[in-house]
Design a protein around this ligand. Sequence first.
Ligand SMILES: O=C(O)CCC(=O)C(=O)O
Ligand SMILES: [Fe+2]
Length: 211
Amino acid sequence: MKAFPDGFRHLPAYLDIEQQRALVEDIRAVVLAAPLYIPEMPRTGKPMSVRMTNCGTLGWVTDRERGYRYQTTHPVTGTPWPPIPQQLMTIWREVADADVEPEACLVNFYDDTARMGLHQDKDEQDLSAPVVSVSLGDTCLFRIGGTARNDPTQSFRLNSGDVVVLGGRSRLAFHGVDRIFPGTSPLLKNGGRINLTMRRVNRTAQAETLP
Ligand SMILES: O=C(O)CCC(=O)C(=O)O
Ligand SMILES: [Fe+2]
């Protein structure tokens, strides 16, 4: 048994190839409605290597001036995000063990050289719901540690169709993507990797009114 933090789950090959193909078609439609854009690091404006878009009532965006945030509209086109595809909502209901629905689904596209530095997902008000991630296309090397940046980390491969749940004590675990392994999946015609992360952002109205 690997010593991952409580609440971390890796579900290998959660989606079969037909489910993966159907999801890719859904994401193609999302990207047509809400094109991938190049996110910028806060303050420095340094472009990230991953291209992004979102679906859901809220989307996670970042640029030099305003930094990391959730908003209801695409930062470039100004239009509302398309809805989260039903297949993704079903995965959330199956694995999230939460009584709320996700508001945001971040769509990350990695080309062969893209990566994502070690970070926490902590821009959400509601940290009781997990982050649920779905991987499609080329395999990546994923790294996860503890809740402090310098905690020891472990690395493993995420393959197309894998689902990861960051919940409980792993909800604020540092994690990142060190590299993509090009040519490891035939799913995406032009190669690369898609990662979809569903997040609950706002606390529920019910929770706010309880004593
Ligand atoms: O691509 C991945 O597997 C992780 C993505 C991620 O950590 C994020 O979008 O916050
Ligand atoms: Fe993340």
